[in-house]
Design a protein around this ligand. Structure first.
Ligand SMILES: *[C@@H]1O[C@H](CO)[C@@H](O)[C@H](O)[C@H]1NC(C)=O
Length: 332
């Protein structure tokens, strides 16, 4: 009986979603407006083969719409590797493997080892449906997608929590990477992944940054969006945080230092050593727009010495160098 009900739990999810999610691009959704009908229709099936199924539409909308994700509290993760990485992380941290709401597998795929979880609903889908779900043309590369709960380690200060009350997981931060208007999802994802790799504590997203649960950002982050704490907030939130924890504010200057004035210090092992015991915020701006006036005003600028004639580095590459050089002392 229990195994019969599992897929049902999953398939009925959009019914609930239909009730709660009204923030999507198209406002509400007609297909989801009859939860009872949907539930009845799906009772017998654990396999989806039609792309016009409301549940498939719900998944696609989770992949494409940031506002829909926020109002539902779920994201769509495409690909078995990122899904497994999130599961492995939760296992290592002895967390309940609760983040997978539903796993959608390509026809013929076995339930992967990590998913012997009684609470995970599994639905099989046809190649045609998988293409629609993943947005990837060739299904060879995509065997699975998962609906995952947006974790509690993502905290939106611009949302309901207007006051600067920090979430319960918030501990004394030592290293914070701040992204200042970085829109490119590839950059946001790559920087999240590198921050996690070099044991930075938190990534702070200022306005104008891409949603870390955007499909391309998720692809680049390889699951890091679910693992590293992320705060989305404005400059005032950041300043409050930095002053409360007495953090030194640095900003990376991606331009070639040859042109730079004496106000820019150069990144070196010596500089990194001198900062080893200080809590730091490092702000990185976008390649197109650079740093915001607030960052330029309140941060000490540091540049990466370059012998070449390039004007600047890719922000993900520059970020990787900063994150590595300035990583917390205990890991250096
Ligand atoms: C910089 O690198 C990232 C990660 O590889 C990539 O997604 C992004 O498109 C690159 N930016 C530019 C301007 O090439």
């Amino acid at each position: 009986m229990a195994s019969l009900l599992q897929p049902l739990l999953c398939v009925t999810a959009p019914a609930d979603a239909g009730r709660y999610c009204t923030g999507g691009d198209n406002g509400g959704s007609n297909e989801l407006s009859s939860p009872a009908g949907l539930r009845k229709k799906k009772l017998a099936t654990t396999r989806l083969s039609s792309t016009s199924n409301p549940f498939v539409k719900h998944c696609v909308k989770l992949r494409l719409s940031s506002s829909y994700r926020r109002s539902c509290g779920y994201a769509l993760v495409v690909g078995l590797i990122p899904i497994m990485e999130v599961c492995r992380f939760q296992e290592l941290n002895n967390e309940e493997l609760s983040s997978i709401e539903c796993l959608l597998l390509l026809d013929g795929m076995e339930r992967p080892e990590l998913f012997n979880l009684p609470s995970t609903s599994i639905v099989h889908v046809s190649p045609h449906v998988m293409k629609k779900l993943s947005g990837v043309q060739s299904v060879d590369s995509t065997e699975a997608v998962a609906i995952m709960k947006i974790p509690r380690s993502f905290f939106d200060m611009l949302g309901e929590h207007k006051e600067a009350v920090y979430p319960s997981w918030f501990r004394l931060p030592n290293r914070i990477l701040v992204l200042d208007g970085i829109q490119d999802p590839g950059n946001v994802g790559t920087l999240l992944r590198s921050s996690l790799a070099f044991k930075w504590d938190l990534v702070f997203l200022l306005p104008g940054c891409c949603d870390p649960f955007n499909e391309k950002a998720l692809r680049a982050a390889r699951g890091a969006s679910f693992q590293i704490p992320i705060i989305s907030g404005n400059w005032l939130h950041l300043e409050a945080l930095a002053s409360r924890f007495q953090m030194k504010m640095l900003a990376g200057h991606p331009e070639n230092y040859a042109e730079a004035s004496s106000q820019i210090s150069l990144l070196s092992a010596k500089l990194a050593d001198s900062l080893a015991n200080r809590p730091l915020c490092l702000v990185l701006g976008s390649e197109g727009l650079g740093l915001s006036p607030e960052a330029l005003q309140s941060c000490e600028l540091i540049g990466i010495p370059m012998a070449g004639i390039f004007e600047s580095l890719n922000v993900s590459v520059a970020g990787g160098i900063f994150l590595y050089m300035l990583q917390p002392e205990k890991y250096r």
